[in-house]
Design a protein around this ligand. Structure first.
Ligand code: AMP
Ligand code: ZN
Ligand code: FE
Ligand code: FE
Length: 280
């Protein structure tokens, strides 16, 4: 069983439609893929409709933005009730904040580079969530940088001159909101220290107390040292360990299936979650 529980579509900042992500999963030889767009469930229906033709099982999820000690973190929510009012309202609030924040980033960039808000809208036509990768695509389209990676390294990184943070719920509240919606919360890439600051060990204790189910230990942005650290934390707190690609289509190097999750871990997630896994 090849199980990859983290992928993005054009509903957020991936470059492939939800149906294409499911087809890509089949082409990559996966048995199970999770669609986890940032702060939205907008891609769920299209992805589920693609399951019979692709012959791949689908775990429906969301990558929820949150914040801990001023550090931006991501929480994967699996199999939640997508209509749960509190979580729906929280995601809506974050999407709204992301929109204003992206406009502000463009204002700052426009002082030094040829870019307009319309450029970003052109790059995010199918998206219900606007992120820095769309700003990156606009910069690429204008010839300012060659690709998304270069846009982040030179202009959009968290400690860069054009960075603007956005509202996101406090991490323990986000964990509790996911659980209240019947979702299974897994801390996404918590050791991605090349991207910026990562949270200290005691945050995992706080989140476990709030209902955290697992840690995404195996992710390409984790060094061997981070994997060892996170594996030990998961052991100590009795949390599930996942591994996933964080596929964004052509937008990033990440390839489907490059990291995998064990079947018994998926079984535990399915057991704890409210929504069904969509099977072919
Ligand atoms: P945002 O959610 O708008 O803050 O943007 C975060 C998204 O940008 C995530 O999907 C990341 O995968 C992507 N991202 C963050 N840092 C980098 C980086 N250094 N290079 C490429 N993509 C990045
Ligand atoms: Zn993303
Ligand atoms: Fe993430
Ligand atoms: Fe992601």
């Amino acid at each position: 069983m090849r199980i990859d529980l983290h992928a993005h579509s054009t509903a957020s900042d991936g470059t492939r439609t939800p149906a294409q992500v499911v087809a890509d999963a089949a082409a990559a030889g996966l048995d199970v893929v999770a669609l986890t767009d940032h702060d939205t469930t907008a891609g769920w229906a299209e992805a589920a409709a693609a399951v019979p033709a692709a012959g791949v099982a689908l775990v429906r999820g969301t990558e929820v933005s949150a914040r801990s000690r001023g550090i931006s973190i991501h929480l994967l929510s699996y199999l939640q009730d997508p209509s749960h009012p509190a979580l729906v309202a929280e995601l809506e609030r974050t999407r709204e904040a992301r929109l204003h924040r992206a406009e502000r980033i463009v204002e700052l960039l426009a002082r030094d580079h040829p870019i307009t808000w319309q450029d970003v809208l052109d790059q995010s036509a199918d998206a219900v969530v606007v992120g820095r990768p769309h700003v990156a695509d606009a910069l690429v389209a204008r010839g300012v940088v060659p690709d998304r990676d270069a846009a982040f390294v030179e202009l959009l990184r968290a400690d860069g001159p054009y960075h603007v943070p956005h509202y996101a719920p406090d991490a323990p509240d986000a964990v509790a909101a996911v659980r209240a919606a019947g979702g299974v919360p897994v801390f996404a890439h918590p050791g991605a220290d090349a991207r910026g600051r990562v949270v200290p060990d005691e945050v995992f204790d706080e989140l476990a107390e709030a209902g955290l189910a697992g840690i995404e230990v195996n992710h390409r942005d984790h060094s061997p040292a981070q994997r060892a650290r996170l594996g030990a934390i998961a052991d100590r707190l009795g949390l599930l360990v996942t591994g996933s690609s964080d596929y964004h289509g052509d937008g990033k190097q990440n390839r489907l299936g490059e990291n995998l999750t064990e079947p018994r871990v998926l079984a535990a997630i399915e057991e704890q979650g409210t929504s069904e896994v969509v099977r072919p």
